[in-house]
Write a new protein. Structure first.
Length: 289
């Protein structure tokens, strides 16, 4: 069995038309048990499609996708390369326009970038001329708020991601994993309620990736944020998530949902349990791996 963080490679989907039909006719995937009827969903995606118009013509990247996430949930999306995961994350983040459908975050429609969303991409893209502390404060400055109101929080986040000693270091003095942790701290500085992560550990080696999964779990548990996490790694998705949503190949639609009920906190011992292996194996079979 591959360790958490080992690259699952290109996923080839082996889902029958019946699976697709049952998922589509069910309309939307409901949230987990964490939410109550009175609570507004952290994220609601309702019939969202994205059609790219290029010189080569129109391309439907995301086709009539619906899902819900309750506050505090950790939901992963797994799907073959090119199925539209990043596109969907882009429209949820308000960075790309949807061609149809509705998206709301905590009950408010998304029509552009929002203060209550933090985004982490697979490269930290830190500004090389700013030290770690100043990089973490970038969203504060973008929101035209005062640094001094956030410096204490920046130091708390540095502690959370294990970089207390590195506040004054510059990005080129950090390893890839450390840079990614700065990226996570930067995404959390303005205290967003929803964290969107697009393959945040993709550029890391397998061991660093495994450690980052453990750290992300700690951060999520300590902060109570809702996290939408895109990954190609089935073990990583199972390890971290409350639910895993599986997308079909292009154009992307959600075709399966797997609830992960492994007890928390999950540890490296969790990865050796039969239950964990069975969950990974079950999802792997859906992709014919
Ligand atoms: N800016 C764009 N213009 C035109 N087509 C695009 C654009 N961005 C993505 N696409 C197309 O939309 C589809 C979905 O792309 P997307 O990047 O969302 O896939 P993905 O699931 O994130 O893939 P990967 O797992 O490889 O990151 C692909 O067919 C891609 O070629
Ligand atoms: Mg992508």
């Amino acid at each position: 069995m591959k360790a958490v963080g080992a690259t699952a490679g290109k996923l080839k989907l082996a889902i029958s038309n019946d699976d697709v039909r049952s998922a589509v006719t069910s309309g939307a995937f409901p949230g987990g048990e964490a939410g109550s009827a009175a609570q507004k969903p952290a994220l609601s995606v309702d019939g969202v499609s994205v059609i790219y118009k290029t010189a080569r013509g129109s391309h439907t990247a995301v086709d009539n996708v619906s899902m819900k996430m309750e506050p505090g949930e950790f939901v992963s999306i797994l799907g073959p390369s090119g199925c539209g995961k990043s596109t969907l994350l882009g429209v949820v983040a308000g960075l790309l326009p949807a061609s149809g459908g509705n998206i709301s975050v905590f009950g408010e429609a998304v029509s552009g970038p929002r203060k209550d969303i933090g985004v982490v991409f697979h490269q930290a893209t830190l500004l090389p001329w700013l030290n770690v502390l100043d990089n973490i404060l970038i969203p504060v400055r973008a929101l035209r708020r005062k640094d001094r109101d956030y410096e204490k929080r920046a130091h708390e986040l540095l502690e959370l991601v294990g970089l207390t000693k590195f506040a004054k270091y510059f990005p080129n003095e950090l390893s890839g994993g450390m840079q990614q942790r700065v990226g996570i701290a930067r995404a959390l500085i303005h205290d967003p309620s929803l964290l969107l992560m697009d393959e945040p550990f993709a550029a890391l080696d397998a061991m660093t990736r495994e450690r980052m999964s453990l750290e992300l779990q700690d951060i999520w548990r300590a902060s109570g944020k809702s996290v939408l996490f895109i990954t190609h790694s089935i073990p990583e998705a199972v390890f971290l998530s409350s639910r895993v949503l599986i997308m079909s190949s292009s154009p992307g639609r959600f075709v399966k949902e797997v609830t992960i009920e492994l007890p928390r906190p999950r540890t490296t011992d969790t990865m050796s349990t039969g239950e964990y292996a069975a969950l990974c194996g079950g999802i792997r079979k859906m992709f014919d791996l």
